[in-house]
Design a protein around this ligand. Structure first.
Ligand code: PLP
Length: 405
Protein backbone atom coordinates (compact mmCIF):
# COMPACT_ATOMS: atom_id res chain seq x y z
CA UNK A 1 0.00 0.00 0.00
CA UNK A 2 1.34 3.40 -1.03
CA UNK A 3 0.71 5.72 1.93
CA UNK A 4 2.15 8.74 0.15
CA UNK A 5 -0.43 8.26 -2.60
CA UNK A 6 -3.18 8.06 0.04
CA UNK A 7 -1.86 11.15 1.83
CA UNK A 8 -1.81 13.07 -1.45
CA UNK A 9 -5.58 12.67 -1.61
CA UNK A 10 -6.04 14.64 1.65
CA UNK A 11 -5.24 18.33 1.02
CA UNK A 12 -5.35 19.29 4.72
CA UNK A 13 -2.39 17.01 5.47
CA UNK A 14 -0.02 19.45 3.76
CA UNK A 15 -0.99 22.15 6.22
CA UNK A 16 1.60 23.60 8.57
CA UNK A 17 0.58 24.61 12.07
CA UNK A 18 2.93 26.82 14.12
CA UNK A 19 5.45 26.20 11.35
CA UNK A 20 5.43 22.40 11.71
CA UNK A 21 3.85 19.77 9.45
CA UNK A 22 0.44 18.83 10.83
CA UNK A 23 0.39 15.46 12.60
CA UNK A 24 -3.29 14.66 12.87
CA UNK A 25 -3.98 12.02 15.52
CA UNK A 26 -7.56 13.05 16.37
CA UNK A 27 -9.25 10.74 13.90
CA UNK A 28 -11.60 9.21 16.47
CA UNK A 29 -13.17 12.65 16.83
CA UNK A 30 -13.38 13.13 13.07
CA UNK A 31 -11.32 12.00 10.10
CA UNK A 32 -9.99 14.33 7.43
CA UNK A 33 -11.65 14.32 4.00
CA UNK A 34 -10.13 13.20 0.71
CA UNK A 35 -10.24 15.51 -2.31
CA UNK A 36 -12.90 13.40 -4.06
CA UNK A 37 -15.31 13.96 -1.13
CA UNK A 38 -14.62 17.71 -1.14
CA UNK A 39 -15.00 17.85 -4.94
CA UNK A 40 -18.30 16.01 -4.76
CA UNK A 41 -19.73 18.60 -2.36
CA UNK A 42 -18.62 21.43 -4.66
CA UNK A 43 -20.07 19.59 -7.68
CA UNK A 44 -23.37 18.96 -5.94
CA UNK A 45 -23.87 22.58 -4.91
CA UNK A 46 -22.51 23.92 -8.21
CA UNK A 47 -24.41 21.70 -10.61
CA UNK A 48 -26.96 19.43 -8.98
CA UNK A 49 -28.56 21.06 -5.93
CA UNK A 50 -32.27 20.46 -5.63
CA UNK A 51 -34.76 19.20 -3.09
CA UNK A 52 -35.52 15.54 -3.65
CA UNK A 53 -38.34 12.99 -3.91
CA UNK A 54 -41.30 15.19 -4.84
CA UNK A 55 -39.91 17.27 -7.69
CA UNK A 56 -40.96 16.56 -11.27
CA UNK A 57 -38.14 18.64 -12.74
CA UNK A 58 -34.81 17.35 -14.01
CA UNK A 59 -32.59 18.47 -11.11
CA UNK A 60 -34.91 17.09 -8.47
CA UNK A 61 -35.13 13.74 -10.19
CA UNK A 62 -31.38 13.66 -10.74
CA UNK A 63 -30.60 14.47 -7.08
CA UNK A 64 -33.21 11.95 -5.91
CA UNK A 65 -31.62 9.23 -7.98
CA UNK A 66 -28.14 10.00 -6.62
CA UNK A 67 -29.40 10.16 -3.03
CA UNK A 68 -31.12 6.78 -3.36
CA UNK A 69 -28.01 5.36 -5.03
CA UNK A 70 -26.09 6.36 -1.93
CA UNK A 71 -28.57 4.44 0.21
CA UNK A 72 -28.09 1.38 -2.01
CA UNK A 73 -24.33 1.76 -1.73
CA UNK A 74 -24.47 1.98 2.08
CA UNK A 75 -26.59 -1.18 2.09
CA UNK A 76 -23.98 -3.06 0.08
CA UNK A 77 -21.10 -1.46 2.06
CA UNK A 78 -22.42 -2.96 5.32
CA UNK A 79 -24.15 -5.94 3.67
CA UNK A 80 -27.65 -4.90 4.70
CA UNK A 81 -30.33 -7.09 3.10
CA UNK A 82 -32.40 -4.24 1.59
CA UNK A 83 -31.70 -0.53 0.92
CA UNK A 84 -34.86 0.45 2.82
CA UNK A 85 -33.28 -0.88 6.04
CA UNK A 86 -30.76 2.00 5.76
CA UNK A 87 -32.06 5.22 7.34
CA UNK A 88 -30.08 8.43 6.89
CA UNK A 89 -29.60 10.45 10.06
CA UNK A 90 -27.29 13.26 11.19
CA UNK A 91 -24.93 10.75 12.76
CA UNK A 92 -24.52 8.06 15.40
CA UNK A 93 -26.03 10.22 18.12
CA UNK A 94 -29.21 10.80 16.17
CA UNK A 95 -29.38 7.13 15.13
CA UNK A 96 -29.22 5.99 18.77
CA UNK A 97 -31.72 8.63 19.88
CA UNK A 98 -34.07 7.48 17.12
CA UNK A 99 -33.99 3.89 18.34
CA UNK A 100 -34.12 4.76 22.05
CA UNK A 101 -37.11 7.03 21.48
CA UNK A 102 -39.04 4.99 18.92
CA UNK A 103 -38.22 1.45 20.11
CA UNK A 104 -38.55 2.68 23.69
CA UNK A 105 -41.94 4.24 23.01
CA UNK A 106 -43.27 0.96 21.63
CA UNK A 107 -41.49 -1.73 23.59
CA UNK A 108 -40.07 -0.43 26.90
CA UNK A 109 -42.43 -0.34 29.86
CA UNK A 110 -42.31 0.13 33.61
CA UNK A 111 -39.88 -2.26 35.30
CA UNK A 112 -38.21 -3.30 32.03
CA UNK A 113 -34.44 -3.25 31.66
CA UNK A 114 -32.02 -1.79 29.12
CA UNK A 115 -28.51 -3.22 29.15
CA UNK A 116 -25.45 -1.18 28.08
CA UNK A 117 -21.75 -1.53 28.94
CA UNK A 118 -19.38 0.47 31.11
CA UNK A 119 -17.41 1.36 27.96
CA UNK A 120 -20.07 3.42 26.25
CA UNK A 121 -19.82 6.91 24.79
CA UNK A 122 -22.34 9.32 26.34
CA UNK A 123 -24.34 9.01 23.09
CA UNK A 124 -25.05 5.38 23.96
CA UNK A 125 -25.83 6.12 27.61
CA UNK A 126 -27.90 9.29 27.83
CA UNK A 127 -30.65 8.46 25.25
CA UNK A 128 -31.28 5.19 27.15
CA UNK A 129 -31.27 6.99 30.50
CA UNK A 130 -33.83 9.44 29.13
CA UNK A 131 -36.25 6.77 27.91
CA UNK A 132 -35.73 4.67 31.07
CA UNK A 133 -36.55 7.69 33.21
CA UNK A 134 -39.70 8.40 31.22
CA UNK A 135 -40.88 4.80 31.19
CA UNK A 136 -39.72 3.98 34.75
CA UNK A 137 -37.42 1.31 33.36
CA UNK A 138 -33.98 0.34 34.69
CA UNK A 139 -30.63 0.96 33.01
CA UNK A 140 -28.18 -1.86 33.75
CA UNK A 141 -24.47 -1.91 32.95
CA UNK A 142 -22.09 -4.72 31.94
CA UNK A 143 -18.88 -4.03 33.89
CA UNK A 144 -15.38 -3.91 32.36
CA UNK A 145 -12.12 -5.32 33.70
CA UNK A 146 -8.87 -3.41 34.25
CA UNK A 147 -7.74 -4.03 30.66
CA UNK A 148 -10.87 -2.31 29.42
CA UNK A 149 -12.55 -5.49 28.20
CA UNK A 150 -16.23 -6.13 28.71
CA UNK A 151 -16.99 -8.80 31.30
CA UNK A 152 -18.84 -10.99 28.87
CA UNK A 153 -19.12 -13.90 31.32
CA UNK A 154 -21.63 -11.81 33.26
CA UNK A 155 -23.94 -11.44 30.29
CA UNK A 156 -26.10 -14.55 30.86
CA UNK A 157 -26.93 -13.33 34.35
CA UNK A 158 -27.36 -9.66 33.32
CA UNK A 159 -29.81 -10.42 30.50
CA UNK A 160 -33.02 -11.21 32.32
CA UNK A 161 -36.62 -11.80 31.29
CA UNK A 162 -37.09 -8.02 31.74
CA UNK A 163 -34.31 -6.99 29.33
CA UNK A 164 -35.80 -5.25 26.31
CA UNK A 165 -32.63 -4.29 24.42
CA UNK A 166 -28.83 -4.47 24.67
CA UNK A 167 -26.92 -1.44 23.34
CA UNK A 168 -23.19 -1.83 22.95
CA UNK A 169 -20.19 -0.14 21.30
CA UNK A 170 -18.38 -2.10 18.60
CA UNK A 171 -15.16 -0.21 19.42
CA UNK A 172 -14.62 1.99 22.49
CA UNK A 173 -13.74 5.57 21.62
CA UNK A 174 -11.98 6.11 24.96
CA UNK A 175 -9.75 3.01 25.01
CA UNK A 176 -9.89 1.49 21.53
CA UNK A 177 -11.19 -1.85 22.87
CA UNK A 178 -12.89 -3.96 20.19
CA UNK A 179 -15.92 -5.56 21.85
CA UNK A 180 -16.98 -9.12 20.98
CA UNK A 181 -20.26 -7.91 19.52
CA UNK A 182 -20.99 -11.06 17.53
CA UNK A 183 -20.79 -13.16 20.68
CA UNK A 184 -22.89 -10.63 22.61
CA UNK A 185 -25.55 -10.63 19.87
CA UNK A 186 -25.65 -14.43 19.89
CA UNK A 187 -26.07 -14.56 23.68
CA UNK A 188 -28.77 -11.87 23.62
CA UNK A 189 -30.65 -13.55 20.78
CA UNK A 190 -30.69 -16.83 22.71
CA UNK A 191 -32.94 -14.89 25.10
CA UNK A 192 -34.84 -13.12 22.28
CA UNK A 193 -33.35 -9.75 23.15
CA UNK A 194 -32.43 -7.40 20.27
CA UNK A 195 -29.04 -5.68 20.11
CA UNK A 196 -28.08 -2.20 18.93
CA UNK A 197 -24.42 -1.76 18.00
CA UNK A 198 -22.82 1.69 18.20
CA UNK A 199 -20.39 1.44 15.29
CA UNK A 200 -19.13 5.05 15.39
CA UNK A 201 -15.53 3.95 16.06
CA UNK A 202 -15.64 0.70 14.11
CA UNK A 203 -16.77 1.72 10.66
CA UNK A 204 -13.45 3.25 9.57
CA UNK A 205 -11.33 0.35 10.87
CA UNK A 206 -13.30 -2.90 10.69
CA UNK A 207 -15.31 -4.41 7.84
CA UNK A 208 -18.88 -4.30 9.09
CA UNK A 209 -21.30 -6.96 7.88
CA UNK A 210 -24.64 -6.45 9.59
CA UNK A 211 -26.06 -9.67 8.15
CA UNK A 212 -23.19 -11.74 9.48
CA UNK A 213 -23.28 -9.94 12.86
CA UNK A 214 -27.05 -10.47 12.92
CA UNK A 215 -27.39 -7.20 14.87
CA UNK A 216 -30.83 -5.66 15.08
CA UNK A 217 -29.55 -2.07 14.75
CA UNK A 218 -26.19 -0.66 13.67
CA UNK A 219 -25.30 3.05 13.89
CA UNK A 220 -22.45 5.12 12.48
CA UNK A 221 -21.41 8.64 11.46
CA UNK A 222 -20.10 9.63 8.03
CA UNK A 223 -17.60 12.12 9.40
CA UNK A 224 -15.63 9.40 11.19
CA UNK A 225 -15.15 7.52 7.90
CA UNK A 226 -13.78 10.28 5.63
CA UNK A 227 -17.24 11.66 4.72
CA UNK A 228 -18.69 15.09 5.60
CA UNK A 229 -20.18 15.97 8.98
CA UNK A 230 -23.97 15.91 9.29
CA UNK A 231 -24.70 12.58 7.61
CA UNK A 232 -24.98 9.25 9.39
CA UNK A 233 -26.69 5.92 9.18
CA UNK A 234 -29.07 3.78 11.15
CA UNK A 235 -29.38 0.24 9.88
CA UNK A 236 -32.26 -1.71 11.37
CA UNK A 237 -33.83 -5.09 10.71
CA UNK A 238 -36.96 -4.52 8.67
CA UNK A 239 -39.17 -6.34 11.16
CA UNK A 240 -38.13 -3.95 13.94
CA UNK A 241 -38.27 -0.79 11.81
CA UNK A 242 -41.73 -1.74 10.55
CA UNK A 243 -42.94 -2.30 14.09
CA UNK A 244 -41.53 0.97 15.46
CA UNK A 245 -43.46 4.27 15.41
CA UNK A 246 -42.02 7.33 13.58
CA UNK A 247 -39.35 9.33 15.42
CA UNK A 248 -40.11 12.80 14.06
CA UNK A 249 -43.16 14.14 12.22
CA UNK A 250 -43.07 16.30 9.12
CA UNK A 251 -42.74 16.13 5.36
CA UNK A 252 -41.78 12.90 3.59
CA UNK A 253 -42.59 10.58 6.51
CA UNK A 254 -46.32 10.67 5.79
CA UNK A 255 -48.58 8.83 3.38
CA UNK A 256 -51.70 10.99 3.91
CA UNK A 257 -52.48 13.80 6.30
CA UNK A 258 -55.90 15.00 7.42
CA UNK A 259 -56.64 16.95 10.58
CA UNK A 260 -58.27 13.83 11.94
CA UNK A 261 -55.55 11.33 11.17
CA UNK A 262 -52.16 10.88 9.51
CA UNK A 263 -50.94 7.65 7.97
CA UNK A 264 -47.22 7.04 7.68
CA UNK A 265 -44.93 6.35 4.77
CA UNK A 266 -43.11 3.09 4.14
CA UNK A 267 -39.47 2.47 5.05
CA UNK A 268 -37.06 4.19 4.93
CA UNK A 269 -39.06 7.42 4.55
CA UNK A 270 -41.09 6.83 7.73
CA UNK A 271 -37.92 7.73 9.66
CA UNK A 272 -36.67 10.57 7.44
CA UNK A 273 -38.89 13.56 8.25
CA UNK A 274 -38.05 16.83 6.53
CA UNK A 275 -35.53 17.74 3.84
CA UNK A 276 -32.65 15.28 4.04
CA UNK A 277 -28.94 16.07 3.87
CA UNK A 278 -28.58 15.31 0.16
CA UNK A 279 -25.19 16.94 -0.47
CA UNK A 280 -23.47 15.14 2.39
CA UNK A 281 -24.98 11.83 1.31
CA UNK A 282 -23.17 12.35 -2.00
CA UNK A 283 -19.99 12.98 -0.02
CA UNK A 284 -20.60 9.76 1.92
CA UNK A 285 -20.87 7.91 -1.38
CA UNK A 286 -17.42 9.16 -2.38
CA UNK A 287 -15.99 8.33 1.05
CA UNK A 288 -17.18 4.72 0.71
CA UNK A 289 -15.59 4.58 -2.74
CA UNK A 290 -12.36 5.91 -1.24
CA UNK A 291 -12.38 3.24 1.50
CA UNK A 292 -13.11 0.52 -1.05
CA UNK A 293 -10.20 1.73 -3.19
CA UNK A 294 -7.87 1.08 -0.23
CA UNK A 295 -9.68 -2.00 1.09
CA UNK A 296 -10.50 -2.94 4.68
CA UNK A 297 -7.77 -5.57 4.86
CA UNK A 298 -5.05 -3.04 4.09
CA UNK A 299 -6.67 -0.44 6.32
CA UNK A 300 -6.76 -2.84 9.28
CA UNK A 301 -3.21 -4.12 8.68
CA UNK A 302 -1.75 -0.62 8.44
CA UNK A 303 -3.61 0.76 11.45
CA UNK A 304 -2.75 -2.21 13.64
CA UNK A 305 0.94 -1.70 12.72
CA UNK A 306 0.58 1.93 13.84
CA UNK A 307 -1.08 0.93 17.12
CA UNK A 308 1.50 -1.76 17.95
CA UNK A 309 4.40 0.52 17.08
CA UNK A 310 2.99 3.36 19.17
CA UNK A 311 2.46 1.06 22.17
CA UNK A 312 6.04 -0.25 21.83
CA UNK A 313 7.50 3.25 21.70
CA UNK A 314 5.40 4.30 24.72
CA UNK A 315 6.66 1.29 26.68
CA UNK A 316 10.27 2.17 25.79
CA UNK A 317 9.87 5.65 27.25
CA UNK A 318 9.18 4.23 30.71
CA UNK A 319 7.04 7.14 31.92
CA UNK A 320 3.95 6.56 29.80
CA UNK A 321 1.05 4.50 31.10
CA UNK A 322 -1.33 3.13 28.51
CA UNK A 323 -4.94 3.20 29.68
CA UNK A 324 -6.81 0.25 28.22
CA UNK A 325 -4.64 -2.75 27.47
CA UNK A 326 -7.10 -5.09 25.79
CA UNK A 327 -5.58 -7.58 23.37
CA UNK A 328 -8.20 -6.48 20.85
CA UNK A 329 -7.89 -2.82 19.96
CA UNK A 330 -8.56 -0.67 16.93
CA UNK A 331 -7.78 2.89 16.02
CA UNK A 332 -7.02 4.56 19.32
CA UNK A 333 -4.50 4.50 22.15
CA UNK A 334 -5.16 6.35 25.39
CA UNK A 335 -2.26 7.27 27.65
CA UNK A 336 -0.93 9.45 30.46
CA UNK A 337 2.54 10.84 31.13
CA UNK A 338 3.55 10.05 34.70
CA UNK A 339 2.50 12.86 37.06
CA UNK A 340 1.28 15.13 34.27
CA UNK A 341 -2.28 16.23 33.64
CA UNK A 342 -3.54 15.06 30.22
CA UNK A 343 -4.66 18.59 29.37
CA UNK A 344 -1.11 19.95 29.80
CA UNK A 345 0.27 17.18 27.58
CA UNK A 346 -2.31 17.91 24.89
CA UNK A 347 -1.75 21.68 24.97
CA UNK A 348 2.01 21.28 24.57
CA UNK A 349 1.73 18.59 21.88
CA UNK A 350 -0.39 21.06 19.95
CA UNK A 351 2.52 23.52 19.99
CA UNK A 352 4.50 20.85 18.13
CA UNK A 353 1.55 20.58 15.71
CA UNK A 354 0.50 17.17 17.01
CA UNK A 355 -3.30 17.10 17.23
CA UNK A 356 -4.51 14.71 19.93
CA UNK A 357 -7.59 14.75 22.12
CA UNK A 358 -7.50 15.09 25.89
CA UNK A 359 -10.17 14.69 28.53
CA UNK A 360 -12.92 12.20 29.22
CA UNK A 361 -13.71 11.63 25.51
CA UNK A 362 -17.47 11.74 26.24
CA UNK A 363 -17.04 8.54 28.24
CA UNK A 364 -16.94 9.84 31.81
CA UNK A 365 -17.85 6.46 33.38
CA UNK A 366 -14.69 4.94 31.82
CA UNK A 367 -12.58 7.65 33.49
CA UNK A 368 -14.44 7.10 36.77
CA UNK A 369 -13.63 3.37 36.51
CA UNK A 370 -9.89 4.10 36.22
CA UNK A 371 -10.07 6.94 38.78
CA UNK A 372 -8.49 9.46 36.42
CA UNK A 373 -9.63 12.88 35.17
CA UNK A 374 -9.05 11.92 31.56
CA UNK A 375 -6.46 10.66 29.13
CA UNK A 376 -4.52 11.81 26.11
CA UNK A 377 -5.82 9.92 23.08
CA UNK A 378 -3.92 9.41 19.85
CA UNK A 379 -6.23 7.95 17.22
CA UNK A 380 -5.11 6.80 13.81
CA UNK A 381 -6.43 6.72 10.28
CA UNK A 382 -5.24 5.20 7.03
CA UNK A 383 -3.08 8.26 6.14
CA UNK A 384 -1.01 8.22 9.35
CA UNK A 385 2.59 7.00 9.34
CA UNK A 386 5.20 5.47 11.64
CA UNK A 387 7.28 8.64 11.10
CA UNK A 388 4.44 10.71 12.54
CA UNK A 389 4.44 8.47 15.61
CA UNK A 390 8.21 8.99 15.93
CA UNK A 391 7.61 12.74 15.77
CA UNK A 392 4.92 12.51 18.48
CA UNK A 393 7.29 10.46 20.67
CA UNK A 394 10.09 13.03 20.21
CA UNK A 395 7.61 15.79 21.07
CA UNK A 396 6.42 13.87 24.14
CA UNK A 397 10.02 13.58 25.33
CA UNK A 398 10.30 17.36 25.20
CA UNK A 399 6.91 17.79 26.90
CA UNK A 400 7.95 15.41 29.69
CA UNK A 401 11.28 17.10 30.25
CA UNK A 402 9.51 20.48 30.47
CA UNK A 403 6.74 19.39 32.82
CA UNK A 404 8.33 16.74 35.04
CA UNK A 405 10.74 19.08 36.84
N1 PLP B 1 -20.40 6.60 19.84
C1 PLP B 1 -19.06 6.57 19.87
C2 PLP B 1 -18.37 5.31 20.29
C3 PLP B 1 -18.33 7.70 19.51
O1 PLP B 1 -17.00 7.66 19.52
C4 PLP B 1 -19.02 8.87 19.11
C5 PLP B 1 -18.28 10.09 18.76
O2 PLP B 1 -17.13 10.26 19.10
C6 PLP B 1 -20.41 8.84 19.08
C7 PLP B 1 -21.07 7.70 19.46
C8 PLP B 1 -21.20 10.03 18.63
O3 PLP B 1 -20.95 10.28 17.29
P1 PLP B 1 -21.53 11.61 16.60
O4 PLP B 1 -21.05 12.75 17.45
O5 PLP B 1 -20.90 11.60 15.24
O6 PLP B 1 -23.00 11.48 16.58
Amino acid sequence: MDISNIRAQFPILTKKIYGHDLVYFDNAATTQKPQQVIDELVKYYTEENSNIHRGVHFLSQYATEKYEKCRTKVASFINAPQPETVIFTRGTTESINLVAESFGQAFINEGDEVLISALEHHSNIVPWQMICERKHAVLKVIPIDKNGDINIEMLPELITSKTKIVAIAHVSNALGTVCPVKEIIKLAHEKNVPVLVDGAQAISHIKVDVTDLDCDFYCFSGHKMYAPMGIGVLYGKKSWLDAMPPYQGGGEMIQHVTFEKTTYNVLPFKFEAGTPNVGDAMGLFKAMEFMESVGYEDIAAHESRLLDYCAERFNDLGYVSIIGTSAHKAGAISFLLKGIHPYDTGILLDKFSVAVRTGHHCAEPVMQFYGIPGTVRASFAIYNTLEEIDYMIASLQKVYSMLSI
